[in-house]
Design a protein around this ligand. Structure first.
Ligand SMILES: [Zn+2]
Length: 345
């Protein structure tokens, strides 16, 4: 843990919520999966899980003074200011924690994408750029609590930027382009407004979290939370070994991702599952394959197996079914029926 970082509840100490944990890990191994939607009641630890995951990832090397925290080792992805620093031999680096940026409700587009720095414009007559949340989120996570309450055009914009990895700002006489690669994580309460199906489909994975209903699990959740609140340092130290192990597996998973094989039979099974469920377009199949590959890679499997598909089927597909996309129990049950039909029980 970096000294300046606030104490964060360790990811590996989270009780249960296996589907959510697996989805977040899959997105951390392969960010091209395209973000995670987490549906569930308040107080089920949605944001805790994300913060815990970000905190266990290794600190990033960033360019000193760069507002987008460019990676000094990735020449091609440097912002224009860092390219100038590099050309002048002034590229210095420091380490920084992986950012988790919160998207506040009622946020303006200016604050998200960045805008003209009015103070500098008025004081010095300079046309300078004041970076927004998309700059801060670069190389990290962007978290939207209550994504269904955010304006559709903003959600659309965030998904576009997350997919392209670049924020292009053309307004107020500014023309700025800066790197903005992040994993979008949205939480939603299905009872508080719906997300348009077109937007739902653009998220990679969706998971459902519930307050645990089993007594043992509930007691364990409270016990760990209480232990953490009473002595954060000691609690984090106790779970460090588990978090370290998780970090090693995520990093190894990232490394193996480009070399792991996806057999034809797995591709066929994915296609059959999507046909049976009647999902539109190819996004569902692509996500299903990517998520299965990410999990296989994380678990150091020799190749992607049908069993990996099976484990990510619900999270890859439930938000893409045509009817009642937010009826989680309904769509989850439909995916499960199709899964047992294709894979057998
Ligand atoms: Zn830079």
């Amino acid at each position: 843990m970096l000294e300046s970082a606030p104490a964060v509840f360790p990811f590996s100490a989270i009780v249960g919520q296996e589907e959510m944990k697996l989805a977040l890990i899959a997105a951390a191994v392969d960010p091209t999966i395209g973000g995670v939607l987490v549906f569930g009641d308040r107080g089920t630890g949605k944001s805790t899980a994300l913060r815990g995951l970000a905190a266990l990832l290794p600190a990033m090397r960033v360019v000193v003074g760069c507002r987008y925290h460019c990676d000094p080792d990735k020449e091609a992805a440097l912002c224009s200011e860092c390219r100038e620093r590099s050309a002048a031999g002034l590229l210095k680096s420091r380490s920084a924690p992986v950012p988790v940026v919160d998207m506040p409700l009622g946020v303006t587009e200016d604050r998200v994408v960045g805008a003209l720095d009015l103070e500098r414009a008025l004081a010095h007559g300079e046309r300078a750029f004041e970076p927004g949340l998309l700059a801060r989120a670069n190389r990290g996570f962007l978290y939207i609590d209550e994504v269904n309450l955010l304006e559709d055009h903003l959600v659309d914009l965030l998904i576009d930027v997350a997919a392209s990895g670049e924020n292009l700002v053309e307004r107020d006489g500014l023309s700025i382009r800066h790197p903005s690669r992040f994993v979008l994580v949205g939480s939603g309460n299905p009872e508080e407004g719906e997300l348009r199906p077109q937007l739902l489909d653009r998220f990679g994975l969706s998971v459902e979290v519930k307050t645990p209903t089993e007594l043992d699990q509930r007691v364990e959740v409270i016990k760990r939370r209480d232990d953490f609140e009473r002595d954060k340092v000691a609690f984090i130290a106790r779970w460090k070994r588990h978090d370290d192990n998780l970090r090693r597996r995520i990093l190894a998973g990232r490394k193996r991702l480009s070399s792991i094989e996806t057999p034809e039979s797995v591709l066929e099974t994915a296609a059959r599952l999507c046909m049976l469920l009647g999902t539109d377009g190819l996004r569902a199949e692509l996500t299903l394959i990517r998520a299965a590959r990410s999990v296989a890679s994380y678990e150091q499997a020799a190749q992607v197996e049908v069993s990996h598909l099976r484990r990510v089927a619900a999270s890859s597909l439930r938000h893409r079914l045509r009817r009642d996309p937010l009826d989680e129990s309904g769509s989850t049950a439909r995916v499960e029926r199709a899964v047992s039909e294709i894979f057998g029980t």
